[in-house]
Design a protein around this ligand. Structure first.
Ligand code: PLP
Length: 407
């Protein structure tokens, strides 16, 4: 949270007071820092710069046009998983030559669109998908570059809902099917197999799963007897949501990749999402009511699970802090909740919080990734406004949705 700092007891994003922003544009509001976004991207580039890499920002983490455009201007490509994300990436200025299309269920229309746009790579996840690509390629008299996604049966040691690389997960292909499909693709007149791709899960903070994954890839490539020009390692790099959790050690990961590359002369693709955008965004909310009960005080916010789904969906905890820090020793335990008619509409229980009153502003931290992108209109609640700060400039990057648009 270094781009979000208290100055004279007021939390600021870069050089703008968040109390000021909330007054200007209302709440709830998502606010991102350009400096943080660029710093995260540069940190990633730096960590892996001693080899040939394509860093394809995973658009699903946050698909705001301004976010994609900012990263594209820094040199990032895009990892997309739908025709919609692909259109957004292109509209934000990402060149097709830096776009990777992932996902288990790409439709004929989506594949056709991607092929028309001559994107860099389509990572296929089944024989049926490859056959669909071949049909389109044949009709256009072209040869399409593809990757095939391996399911390395590696436990990412993250929460179950965001694990994608175990054999029971729907993603990728088992070693046996992968090798069969390599043979199939090598004999095809319409596809050029240039990549092996994997993605084992998200919010990975321990290096061991990546080390295991690289060992599996090493073995499978040797078995497949195919020279892959690219190896796409996916994303999944975790961030420190709390002081207790550490983020992934980039240096260690980079060393493991170097070891792997001693046996394989491939270029590396990364598809990071959370590690680039996660800690660059916050959600500012206002307290509607404080409801005191015998056992606890509920802080009822004007943001809810439709604005930030992660706590309800995965039980994830996001730190909550006040916009204005108050002195004094009076501390309380609060349960921060939204106004939605679901008991899962709960963000956090926080002990030793400064005493709050109705209409106070609070911040839900580290919501840049899978915050707005997972939002919905449940309970017919319009989506929040999104702001991107750059120094002292406040840029509205998405207007607050109007109720009239939903009716
Ligand atoms: N690549 C693929 C194929 C994914 O499915 C995901 C996330 O689900 C990502 C990349 C991005 O993951 P993360 O945001 O954890 O880096």
């Amino acid at each position: 949270m270094s781009w979000f700092e208290y100055r004279n007891q007021v939390l600021c994003a870069e050089s703008v007071s968040l109390a000021h922003i909330a007054k200007e544009v209302g709440t709830p509001l998502y606010c991102y820092s350009t400096a943080a976004l660029k710093a995260n991207y540069e940190e990633f580039v730096d960590a892996f710069r001693d080899r040939d890499v394509l860093i394809a920002y995973s658009v699903k983490a946050n698909a705001n046009q301004a976010v994609i455009a900012t990263l594209s201007a820094c040199g990032a490509g895009a990892d997309v998983v739908s025709g919609g994300e692909l259109q957004r990436a292109l509209a934000a200025g990402v060149p097709g030559s830096r776009i990777v299309f992932s996902g288990v269920g790409k439709t004929f229309e989506e594949l056709n669109y991607a092929i028309n746009k001559k994107i860099f790579l389509i990572n296929a996840e089944s024989k049926s998908e490859i056959i669909e690509i071949e049909k389109i390629a044949k009709s256009k008299k072209r040869i399409i570059d593809i990757g095939i996604r391996l399911n390395p049966n590696t436990d990412a040691k993250t929460i179950n809902q965001i694990s994608t690389g175990k054999k029971e997960d729907k993603f990728g292909l088992t070693e046996k099917t992968f090798i069969e499909l390599v043979k199939y693709a090598k004999n095809s007149k319409y596809v050029n197999l240039k990549c092996l791709s994997v993605h084992i899960g998200s919010q990975i903070v321990n290096n061991l799963p990546y080390e295991k994954m690289l060992k599996v890839i090493d073995r499978v490539i040797k078995k497949s007897n195919h020279k892959f020009e690219f190896v796409d390692l996916g994303g999944g790099i975790g961030i420190a949501y709390h002081n207790k959790t550490k983020k992934l050690n980039y240096k260690k990961y980079s060393i493991s990749i170097s070891k792997f590359l001693k046996n394989h002369n491939s270029k590396i693709i990364f598809e990071p999402g959370r590690s680039i955008i996660g800690d660059t965004g916050i959600l500012i909310s206002k307290i509607i009511y404080i409801k005191k009960t015998k056992s606890k005080d509920f802080i009822i916010l004007d943001s809810a699970m439709n604005d930030l789904m992660r706590p309800a969906l995965y039980g994830s905890n996001h730190k909550i802090i006040p916009v204005i820090k108050k002195g004094g020793s009076s501390k309380k335990t609060y349960e921060f909740v939204g106004p939605i008619c679901e008991s899962t509409d709960k963000f956090l229980t926080s002990k030793n919080f400064q005493k709050l009153k109705e209409k106070d502003l609070i911040i839900i931290c580290d919501v840049g990734a899978y915050g707005m992108s997972l939002s919905s209109n449940y309970n017919v609640r319009p989506n929040p406004i999104e702001i991107l700060i750059k120094g002292s400039k406040i840029n509205i990057i998405k207007k607050r949705q109007k109720l009239i648009d939903l009716i």
